[in-house]
Design a binder for this molecule. Sequence first.
Ligand SMILES: Cc1cc2nc3c(=O)[nH]c(=O)nc-3n(C[C@H](O)[C@H](O)[C@H](O)COP(=O)(O)OP(=O)(O)OC[C@H]3O[C@@H](n4cnc5c(N)ncnc54)[C@H](O)[C@@H]3O)c2cc1C
Ligand code: FES
Length: 1226
Amino acid sequence: MFKIVISRSNPMVHTQFKLQVKLMRTLADHHTANACLFPVCALHHVAVTTVEGIGNTKSRLHPAQERIAKSHGSQCGFCTPGIVMSMYTLLRNKPEPKMEDIEDAFQGNLCRCTGYRPILEGYRTFAKVSGSLAWHRHGQHVYRDSWLDVGSEYLNSLLQTQSNKQQKQLCFKGERVMWIQPTTLKELVALKSQYPNAKLVVGNTEVGIEMRLKNMLYPVIIAPAWISEMNAVQHTETGVTFGAACTLSSVEEVLRKVVAELPPYKAEVFQAVLEQLRWFAGPQIRNVAVSSFTHIIGKRTITMDEKFFTGYRKTIVKPEEILLSVEIPYSKKGEYFSAFKQASRREDDIAIVTCGMRVLFQDGTNRVEEIKLSYGGMAPTTVLALKTCKELTGRDWNEKLLQDACRLLAGEMDLSPSAPGGMVDFRRTLTLSFFFKFYLTVLQKLSKNYNGTVSAAREVLQSCFTKIPFQSCVLLQEVPRGQAVEDMVGRPLMHVSAAKQACGEAVYCDDIPHYENELYLTLVTSTKAHAKILSVDASEAQSVPGFVCFVSAKDVPGSNITGIANDETVFAEDVVTCVGHIIGAVLADTQEHSRRAAKVVKIKYEELKPIVTIQEAIEKQSFLKSIKRINKGDVKKGFEESDHILEGEMYLGGQEHFYLETHCTLAVPKGEDGEMELFVSTQNPMKTQEFAANALGVPSNRIVVRVKRMGGGFGGKETRNTILTTAVAVAAFKTGRPVRCMLDRDEDMLISGGRHPFLGRYKVGFMKNGKVKSLEVSYYGNGGNSVDLSYGVMDRALLHLDNSYNIPNVSSVGIVCKTNLPSNTAFRGFGGPQGMMIAECWMSDLARKCGLPPEEVRKLNLYHEGDLTHFNQKLEGFTLRRCWDECLSSSSYHVFWSCLAGALVHVYTDGSVLLTHGGTEMGQGLHTKMIQVASRSLGIPTSNIYISETSTNTVPNTSPTAASVSADINGMAVHNACQTILKRLEPIKQSNPKGSWEDWIKAAYENCVSLSATGFYRIPDLGYDFEKNEGKPFCYFSYGVACSEVEIDCLTGDHKNIRTDIVMDVGTSLNPAIDIGQIEGAFVQGLGLFTMEELRYSPEGNLYTRGPGMYKIPAFGDIPTEFYVSLLRDCPNSKAVYSSKAVGEPPLFLSASVFYAIKDAIYSARKDSGLTEPFRLDSPATPERIRNACVDIFTKMVTPSGLGNGFENLHKLLTIRPSARARHSL
Ligand SMILES: Cc1cc2nc3c(=O)[nH]c(=O)nc-3n(C[C@H](O)[C@H](O)[C@H](O)COP(=O)(O)OP(=O)(O)OC[C@H]3O[C@@H](n4cnc5c(N)ncnc54)[C@H](O)[C@@H]3O)c2cc1C
Ligand code: FES
């Protein structure tokens, strides 16, 4: 039975990750669910607990909130409430969880900032076998205190009252949808005959997505979840029958119990279902969603066989029929069942190919009586390999059967080269690999009765994906002996907003309360990549309730031209140059109405040929005009002197920022002289102000931009927020009313661009010992449809093309391609990772060519102290070799130029300090560090200092918070402002040396001394001339080293990150906990870039991967099982505030060590096929790329060129290597 109370006003506006509700079905059950998918109607009578309901900063934090905050597991905080609720729910259901339970509980949670390690470490303290005693009191877990069950009494009594009430059929009517919740089967049947086309909805995880994202509308929805027969579980003679409203979690729970009781032979299918359920979505989905196996409908029982699926997402279940229950059968003696799934990400991802395989042997023999092989992902429906099964029936389970089965499957599981979903060779290879795994699995089970090749079987079964408990260690720096206890610089001070974030109290842009008269804006964007706009017709939108107006280029009061290089428009007028190009916007009274109205705005286009890829741009010479070069030495001579020359190419895909808080703006016109206040999630208040003023045709002094905090930025909010902010500002100007817009995830991914994809072409000359002599390299970046920051990104890539290697002769060119994609922009690393990745590519290949260990060749080529880089800057304070020695691998990073920063310090008469500086807080802990700096500068406790927000009317004309230098420059500006105050206080302090800070401030006020000061800082002597190859592009260099170990599954292309060690030079850390958080977060984001995240476009420039369903960022289970991070000690940096160093971007590239470890593992797998030459592996190293590169008999069987070769070698099948391991240092 569902019983609910909801304690948050408007859960539907929050993203899946921000707010998770906890449902209580019975007094004992607690389940997490996604607020954005769970229909409010279905919450009737259900108790809901939100993060605000379990603890708060005013009274007491719940331990699940406190521990994530104290363990530095909350950076931007946007994911934190969801993670807290997952932990809280686990504790409610299982007060003494195992570490494995904790890891499983987070399967559906994502975090883009922390790298997950601190969250797991913080919550490890709840685990039954805890590594730490810090959280225990008197031998008891602290969480066992009664206040863990916060609200329990209230909930229990409420649920009791509700459960005593007679349930009635409920009906909710909205503007367009009617929701009916029957309570009996009879009512359900009657409703279904009254509304034969009504949609039945249980978890809404399928229908919800269809309605939200696929523009589908179901006018009548019937929710059968309360009907007791539909929730019943029956144990029958033949199996277990689940009512059709039983959630997947309840199925899992029942099956677990049944498996524990049944003899193993009877539970074959149950075991396989359990294993697959683990990888089915996350707990939040499984807690509400139902499934389908074998169906019993009304009086009709149907079996899920080859006739069950009739077409794409269609089954023989008729629309007017109701699914009542599902039976999962027991397996028989001599029957074996396995299921396999391969996805882009192991956790919470839809399968690329999936299969269920069942074989029944004749009694007491190894002769096949019946075999069924079914595959998903190979056709619009699940398909059975009927021909293969027929041929295998009656055969003995031996190597000959394996060979024949593979030969037959290769023919039967065919795909046309243009099959939807692509990855044709990979998918076909998987069908064979899965059968191979099944064959060996069954062989192992049979081996109890028959002597077979058991050793090979065992090897496959113990593949790399057995779960090993997560382990980690961080090594912080210590503060010098004698440092005063109240001096917080260098200490791991908790992020100042962490507690608020963990309680859901932290205010993000869209949390600002609604203004009276406020309007909501929805963008109308192009569906064509390149086209002339023939007409825009918003007339139908007018009939949508709440519609106010349509805004377009003609409503722009100032200039419609905008962008960093003035090559963009606020609203497209005649031509669109990418899918997602903003053409106009609809304003309505609510978000729902404006979305509906925007969908019916009709645009006619005349299509023009788009350019989508770098290759197309090269063919058509479609380049942005600034082409940069860096040349050093004599490249021709270098090649002549080389023993070997290697040429190659590498492609690196782009990356979506996937900050958890999407772009958001609230514009509030002030009604006088064009004044407007803009609340924005931006890293760049200055440009936001400038662009809005320009579009509104008012001076900048009329526009105030305010930023409290961001739910992540990563470069994506350095300039691209302005495309939304400016449109919202124009709309607010036109209507004179406050206007708000927060993009949906799919809109955000579609319009705002990401990391530049790169193509690198190189020619490298080197000696037999691996010493590099000469390098010629061309970098092509996909800039998209405007310049934005592309030139800067390319400059950075060229300046990083050496990574850490001394290359005597260099000729390089960087070209930005102009294409019909949304403008690509800044992303953590800003071109650096692309530049260095290509360097590592040729370095890794030349080591192979020389037949030498890659780490030896890398070390040979590393710079030394005092060397000149290819851009002629001398290396001083070169700690890389120290890092190398500590970690056995290497990487370097240059901290780029940036310009200026400001700060404003107000001291109030009670001694409290309000600090403002030019940087914005996006989770990176900048405000925390600035408070530490001010605290030391003024000599007062951090508790006296507060930062409220960043705004253009307090600190004007600031650099964007980017390029890793914000702590450096803002820290110096803060220090500067504090010094001014201290200087003014000096006479007062001298006259009362024993006085307190409060005494001095009071005296200063009484003596009319100003207690407000500004600070300013610019990095001296920076600048570089590409033409002359001279100057100083960087203030100083950052160094870091990583060593990673991976295991790849050669059969499926999966990989597992076994261990990573990082040593990073951060100078003398301002806050070691925050710095470690930046290192881990950047590393895991890089892991996504280099191994997982893939943006896919159609040839027409349409982005396919528009949300978390299609675009996978690393999840909890993707981080290295062993993760060790340490900060290099005793390495003060004289060039930044309090000897610190930048840390935001440099560690991202260290994750390339994982990519090259994968490449090394593939090398060793390829050796088995006699392939030893360097091969091309583009980034990211997805399962498809890994599997295709592990060339073996299967891959040869499915590629037209390798056909004969594969089939000829079928007799060698059992020599196929199931997995390979490698370590790589970088
Ligand atoms: C984040 C996320 C991850 C996911 N991961 C996976 C995954 O790994 N694997 C996977 O297969 N799917 C996945 N899905 C898809 C979805 O969760 C599943 O398909 C799930 O089984 C749907 O169950 P539901 O109760 O939520 O369906 P609903 O949305 O409530 O209904 C789905 C369909 O079933 C019909 N229906 C429901 N009950 C009945 C009935 N009694 N009689 C007749 N018709 C009925 C509905 O009318 C509707 O057409 C995922 C979805 C999300 C949002
Ligand atoms: S802290 Fe997790 S997304 Fe920012």
